[in-house]
Design a protein around this ligand. Structure first.
Ligand SMILES: [Zn+2]
Length: 253
């Protein structure tokens, strides 16, 4: 089973700082189907193990575009996860597979496809430093996609990667304004870079939630419909946790 969900190959991801993968899993907890969120909490280490394993997948699977690109890798991983759940694979392995999915989703959203260019590395450093201050925003449950065929997953991702390419240009301009990539520490929370970091993390989290919900739904799990006004964002305050928690943290703006 390990080989099916986590095909380990010697290569490496050069896109984004891998410590952010666990954050996507944590930030997703309030918006995921609660039964699935509880499994991720229970198997937190397996989630991290899966994300770390995805880092070693062939380089093309981390980059947007093409038949071998990250969009294809995400759809394939979602389909593998559905099969695994239907075959009653232990949840430790399913959650590891979700960790790998979170890694790929963040790759698909990352503005710079190469994290080793000066701008790409500076942006990665900045997002790591700013992430504790990035609010937890959910852009909405996509029930049409969740209940639909896997072709809808690819469509969602292709829209995102085009958008992220535009953000890379803005992030590079912002770095230049502050004195170049080596000056990334001068970026503050009012900078364009903070807005781009926030969009990247929150769009990745929202898409991860919808993709994981697609997996859960097609694997036979319950995906409760969330009450959300059209165009309203949901904001979670406090420590992220599965949303059946007694304290109401759900906020609208
Ligand atoms: Zn990657």
């Amino acid at each position: 089973m390990l080989s099916v969900l986590l095909p380990a190959v010697a290569a490496g991801c050069l896109v984004h700082p891998i410590a952010l993968d666990a954050q996507i899993g944590k930030r997703a907890l309030p918006w995921l189907p609660p039964d699935l969120a509880r499994q991720i909490v229970r198997h937190e280490r397996d989630f991290a193990r899966g994300a770390a394993s995805a880092v070693r997948w062939p380089e093309s699977l981390h980059r947007p575009g093409g038949e071998e690109g990250v969009e294809t890798a995400v759809v394939a991983q979602c389909e593998r996860l559905v099969s695994a759940i239907r075959r009653r694979t232990p949840f430790s392995e399913v959650v590891a597979g979700l960790g790998a999915l979170a890694h790929l989703v963040l790759d698909a959203h990352w503005p710079f496809p190469n994290g080793r260019t000066p701008d790409g590395a500076a942006f990665g450093n900045y997002v790591m430093a700013a992430s504790p201050r990035i609010p937890m925003v959910f852009y909405g449950q996509n029930m049409v996609m969740i209940r639909g065929p896997s072709t809808g997953l690819r469509r969602l991702l292709l829209g995102r990667t085009a958008q992220q390419h535009r953000l890379a240009g803005l992030a590079a301009e912002d770095l230049a304004r502050f004195g170049g990539p080596s000056q990334w520490r001068r970026l503050d929370d009012r900078s364009t870079s903070f807005a781009i970091a926030s969009l990247t993390i929150n769009h990745a989290t929202t898409d991860f939630v919808n993709l994981a919900s697609w997996v859960w739904y097609h694997g036979g799990g319950l995906v409760p419909e969330m009450q959300q006004a059209p165009d309203a964002l949901l904001v979670w305050r406090g420590e992220p946790q599965p949303r059946e928690a007694p304290r109401p943290h759900l906020g609208f703006r």
